[in-house]
Design a protein around this ligand. Structure first.
Ligand code: GCU
Length: 423
């Protein structure tokens, strides 16, 4: 059943590309960015000014509602009330040659027989045996077993997108996939810096194809209404459920959990951080369209393009702005601002034009007045910095050398930022 659905999504994508063109056809010419007017961040919907930190919670709520209604979709009330049951299924204390512990936790729906199960992997430095440590939490694309080669990490059995290296066969991961995403998850570096790392396969929450919202957690919560969540909303919800668990875990300081995500999962970490203020620090790595990049620039991937290629990511109202982006009541500088006054980091890659690095920087910059309400400095610069020159005070930003990816350079900056703001 799932397999045939996955093939039909492949067909849908091909059709979609035919309709809206390819990445090659996208605009990459700064002089062709249309003139645009952004919605004003520090103005209430009734037009009155947002002038003080005391005004911010009300403005924050307005923006959250607008993003729910027009972009990512509201989280259904039933999902907001749901708490998952946690069971530790494996715990070892000799991970990374004894420097760390590793634990696997299964999160399930109380009373739902054969329902979805979310598999959280928690790796913590030795120190966490005696006292709680700050942590990074992020979803992964290829299963927990892909982030590190240790064979004790359970191989994911859930549906997975096909890959070109033969690591996934019949939409299931193979043993060969162990450790193949390790470059994106520098576990030793994170542990050596005194942080725990928690991660979960995003497909545990909602398999990433357009199945009409029947599988993953949608099987429990039912088909969404037009203004309710798509997959990004579901993945974000999963991050909050993982945080529920981490808050109770004695190894982790629940008040110091950063949420991190790359690309579509960077869009997800932003929406998770916007909705759940328990996240202490939010990181968007190359999140692009529907993430940190300004929609109205229409540079690289556009709203029309993303809604056509990935109709299951956002809610059903977002595509109504495909050809009329100027009418969208929000833009993405406002999703960044929803993190205020907490620290946030936006990162771009120089060769990742599809994600519009300049649009990502501008969002970070134009969101910064929200931090100024609190007497804090946001990104602190007016001009986009040079390559590999990180900037920012409470809003971090860098554009690094290279392609769409997560590298040690990125992690190094996130760890420095966490040392400064979270530890
Ligand atoms: C595609 C998509 C992007 C997304 C990326 C990813 O390129 O167009 O919006 O960020 O996939 O998640 O890797």
């Amino acid at each position: 059943m799932m397999r045939s659905l996955s093939f039909s999504i492949a067909a849908t994508c091909t059709l979609a590309f035919a309709v809206v063109g390819s990445a090659q056809d996208a605009n990459y010419d700064e002089s062709k960015v249309p003139a645009y007017t952004l919605p004003e961040l520090l103005k209430f919907e009734d037009g009155s000014p947002v002038a003080t930190a005391e005004h911010w919670p009300k403005r924050r709520q307005e923006l959250l509602e607008l993003f729910g209604e027009h972009v990512y979709g509201h989280t259904p009330a039933k999902a907001k009330e749901t708490k998952l049951e946690a069971k530790v299924t494996q715990a070892v204390t000799d991970f990374l040659g004894g420097k760390a512990s590793m634990k696997e936790v299964t999160l399930t729906f109380p009373g739902v027989v054969d329902g979805p199960a979310l598999h959280l992997l928690v790796i913590a430095p030795k120190k966490a045996m005696g006292e709680p440590v700050p942590a990074f939490l992020g979803l992964n694309f290829r299963g927990n077993h892909s982030i590190h080669a240790d064979p004790r990490i359970t191989l994911s059995e859930n549906w997975m997108r096909p890959d070109k290296d033969g690591l996934v066969i019949d939409n299931r991961s193979t043993e060969k996939a162990r450790g193949t995403s390790a470059s994106r998850w520098p576990v030793e570096m994170i542990i050596d810096r005194g942080y725990a790392l928690a991660t979960m396969y995003y497909g545990d929450i909602d398999p990433d194809f357009d199945d009409g919202f029947e599988n993953g957690i949608h099987a429990v919560f039912g088909k969404p209404k037009a203004n309710e969540w798509g997959s990004i909303g579901a993945w974000s919800w999963g991050l909050s459920r993982a945080l529920d668990y981490l808050i109770l875990d004695a190894q982790v300081d629940g008040a110091k959990v950063a949420v991190i995500g790359h690309s579509r999962l960077g869009k997800t970490s932003l929406w998770a951080g916007a909705q759940d203020q328990r996240f202490a620090f939010i990181i968007s790595n190359d999140s692009g369209c529907g993430g940190a990049a300004l929609n109205r620039r229409e540079f690289g991937e556009t709203v029309k393009r993303i809604n056509t290629s990935f109709p299951h990511w956002f809610n059903d109202r977002f595509p109504t702005y495909n050809d009329n982006i100027g009418a969208l009541p929000v833009d993405q500088h406002e999703i960044i601002a929803l993190m205020a006054p907490r620290p946030v980091y936006v990162a771009s890659a120089a060769e990742d034009e599809w994600a519009d690095p300049r649009g990502e920087f501008l969002s970070a910059k134009l969101a910064s007045p929200a931090w100024e309400l609190f007497g804090k400095v946001g990104v602190g610069v007016d001009e986009m910095p040079g390559i590999d020159q990180p900037v920012g005070d409470t809003v971090g930003y860098h554009i690094r050398t290279g392609k769409h990816d997560v590298t040690d350079f990125d992690w190094g900056r996130y760890l420095d930022f966490a040392d400064r703001h979270v530890k």
